[in-house]
Design a protein around this ligand. Structure first.
Ligand code: NAI
Ligand code: MG
Length: 480
C-alpha cells in the first residue's frame, strides 16, 4: 500500500517499534487481495506494553502537568489533520470505507484530539462544605494504565474518543486495535511519537482478539478497560475486569430506532432515516436499523426510502461510492444469514453493486425491508450490515413500546412537529442519546455517548468521558 509511510508489521512498546515472531495478513475488502502485514502480538508483547505504560506513569509522562498534556494532544490533532488524506486512503483500503467517509473519520480523530487537548486542564475538583475546622476537596487523578480494545468499524473515531480522553487525564494507554483494522491505529501511534508524547504513554499491540485482546483484558497491571465491539466479547471483557476488580466501559452496539410521527417533516427526515442506516454499509453501532412510522405516513415513508435505496451505489472504497464493501467475507455471511431469515418481510427496495466491482470484494446490495412486526428477528437483533426494517405503529404508546422493546438502548430519534411530544419522548425512550428532529449516527465529538441494557454502560465522548477516565479522590484536612 503506497500510502503507508512506515512498516506496519511492528508493535510500539515503550517508544520502540519491534517486530513480532508472527504476522497477520491485511486484506483490502474491496478486492479481497492482501495489501500489507501487521504484527501478531500476544501475551508477551502485552506484558511488555503494560510494563512500559507503568514506567511512563512513574517517569516523564506522569510528570507532565495537564496543560502540557493538552498541548501534546493538540499537536497530535494537527499532525492527524495534516495527514488526513493519507490516513483516509489507508483506511479506505484497510476497512473498505468509501473515501469521503474515511476522510471524515480522519478529521473526526483530529477533532477529538483538539477537543480533549483543550479539555485536559479544565476538569476541576470541588471544595465540599464540611464540619467546622475542616477543609475538604476533591482531586481527579488518572486510573493509571488504561486498555483500549478497538473494533474495525470506526477505528479512527473510536481511538480518538477513547485514547484521546484517557491521555487528557494522564493515563498511559495500551491499544489493541482490531485485527481487521490496525493500520490507521499504527499511524496514530507513529504520529503520537512525532508529536512528542513521552515513551510508553501510547503503546500499541495489534493481534487477534483471543490472543492479544484477551491478554490485555485480563492483565492485572491494567486499571481501566474500554471496549467497543460485540455483546459476547463485551461480556468476556467485563468478566476479566471483574476478576481484577477494575472499571470497564462497554459500547456494544444496538438496534436504534427513529420514530416518525404523522406530523413529521419528511423532507427533513428522509436523508437522516436512510443515511443513518447505510453509512459505513450499516456497520455502525448507532446505525438506525429500525424505522418506526405512524400508520398514516407508513406507505409514503417506505416509498420515499425505497427511492433512495434504489439510487444507492455500492462499489470499491477508493471509487467513493455511497457504500463500500463489508469488512470481511465473514461479516458478509453474517448479514446474508439474517437476510435468509427475512421470511414474512417485504423487500421494499434494493440498492445496486456497480458493474465493475472486483469479484473478490465483499459487496452486498443494501436492502430495505418493510412490513415487519416488532418481534421479527430482523427487527430485534443487530444485523451490522446495510439493512433497515420499517415498522408501523398506531399511537405514541405503541411507538415507545416498540422502540424500547429490544435488549439494546443506544440511540433513538423522534421526528415530530410537536414540542410536547418531543419532550415527552426524550424522557420515555430508553437510550443513551435521543435526537429530536435530527439523528447523529456516531456524530458529535462533544456529545456524551453510550448505552443502556445490552448496548453497554459508561459514557465516552464529550466532557463526560473525562470523568470515566479519571478517579475521584476526596481529601479531608482537619486544621482546627
Ligand atoms: P469483536 O467484539 O470480536 O471485536 C471487537 C474487538 O475485540 C477487536 O479488537 C477484537 O480483536 C477484540 N476481541 C475479540 N475477542 C476478544 C477477546 N476474547 N478478548 C479481548 N478482545 C477480544 O467483534 P467482531 O467479531 O469484529 O464483530 C462481530 C459483531 O460484533 C458484528 O457483527 C457486530 O454486530 C458487533 N460489533 C459491534 C461494534 C460496535 O460498534 N458496537 C463494532 C464491531 C462489531
Ligand atoms: Mg471477532
Amino acid at each position: 500500500m503506497k500510502e503507508l509511510w512506515f512498516d506496519p508489521a511492528r508493535v510500539l512498546i515503550g517508544g520502540d517499534w519491534a517486530a513480532t515472531e508472527a504476522v497477520l495478513p491485511v486484506e483490502d475488502p474491496s478486492t479481497g487481495a492482501g495489501v500489507a502485514e501487521i504484527a501478531r502480538g500476544g501475551a508477551a508483547e502485552i506484558d511488555a506494553a503494560v510494563e512500559a505504560a507503568r514506567k511512563a506513569l512513574a517517569g516523564a509522562w506522569g510528570a507532565l502537568d495537564a496543560t502540557e498534556r493538552g498541548r501534546l494532544l493538540a499537536r497530535l490533532g494537527r499532525l492527524v489533520e495534516e495527514r488526513a488524506e493519507a490516513l483516509a486512503r489507508i483506511e479506505a483500503q484497510d476497512v473498505g470505507k468509501p473515501l469521503k467517509q474515511a476522510r471524515a473519520g480522519a478529521l473526526a480523530l483530529a477533532r477529538y484530539l483538539e477537543f480533549y487537548g483543550g479539555a485536559a486542564d479544565k476538569l476541576m475538583g470541588e471544595t465540599i462544605p464540611y464540619r467546622v475546622g475542616y477543609t475538604v476537596y476533591t482531586l481527579r487523578e488518572p486510573h493509571g494504565v488504561t486498555a483500549h480494545i478497538i473494533p474495525w468499524n470506526y477505528p479512527m473515531q473510536i481511538i480518538g474518543r477513547s485514547v484521546g480522553a484517557a491521555l487528557a487525564m494522564g493515563n498511559a494507554c495500551v491499544i489493541k486495535p482490531a485485527e481487521e483494522a490496525s493500520l490507521t491505529a499504527l499511524a496514530f501511534a507513529r504520529l503520537a511519537q512525532e508529536a512528542g508524547f513521552p515513551a510508553g504513554a501510547v503503546n500499541i499491540v495489534p493481534g487477534l482478539g483471543e490472543e492479544a485482546g484477551a491478554a490485555l483484558a485480563g492483565h492485572p497491571g491494567v486499571q481501566h478497560i474500554s471496549f467497543t465491539g460485540s455483546v459476547p466479547v463485551g461480556s468476556l471483557i467485563q468478566a476479566a475486569a471483574a476478576t481484577n476488580v477494575v472499571p470497564v466501559t462497554l459500547e456494544l452496539g444496538g438496534k436504534s430506532p427513529q420514530l416518525v410521527f404523522e406530523d413529521a417533516d419528511l423532507d427533513a427526515a428522509l436523508p437522516f432515516l436512510v443515511n443513518a442506516g447505510l453509512q459505513n454499509a450499516g456497520q455502525t453501532c448507532s446505525a438506525a436499523s429500525r424505522i418506526l412510522v405512524a400508520r398514516a405516513r407508513y406507505d409514503e415513508v417506505v416509498a420515499r426510502m425505497a427511492e433512495r435505496y434504489r439510487a444507492a451505489q455500492v462499489g470499491p472504497a477508493l471509487g467513493d461510492h455511497d457504500l463500500g464493501p463489508l469488512i470481511s467475507g465473514k461479516q458478509k455471511s453474517v448479514v446474508q444469514g439474517f437476510l435468509d431469515r427475512a421470511e414474512g418481510l417485504e423487500v421494499a427496495a434494493e440498492g445496486q453493486v456497480v458493474g465493475d466491482a472486483p469479484a473478490g470484494g465483499h459487496f452486498l446490495a443494501p436492502r430495505l425491508l418493510a412490513g415487519a412486526g416488532p418481534d421479527h428477528v430482523l427487527a430485534r437483533e443487530e444485523i451490522f450490515g446495510p439493512v433497515q426494517v420499517v415498522i408501523p405503529f398506531d399511537d405514541e404508546d405503541e411507538a415507545v413500546a416498540i422502540a424500547n422493546g429490544t435488549d439494546f438502548g443506544l440511540v433513538a430519534s423522534v421526528w415530530s412537529a410537536s414540542g410536547a411530544r418531543q419532550m415527552r419522548l426524550a424522557k420515555r425512550l430508553r437510550a443513551g442519546q435521543v435526537f429530536l428532529n435530527t439523528y447523529g449516527a456516531g456524530g458529535g465529538v462533544e456529545l456524551p455517548f453510550g448505552g443502556v441494557g445490552k448496548s453497554g454502560h459508561g459514557r465516552e465522548k464529550g466532557f463526560e468521558a473525562l470523568y470515566g477516565f479519571s478517579v475521584l479522590k476526596t481529601v479531608a484536612a482537619h486544621h482546627g
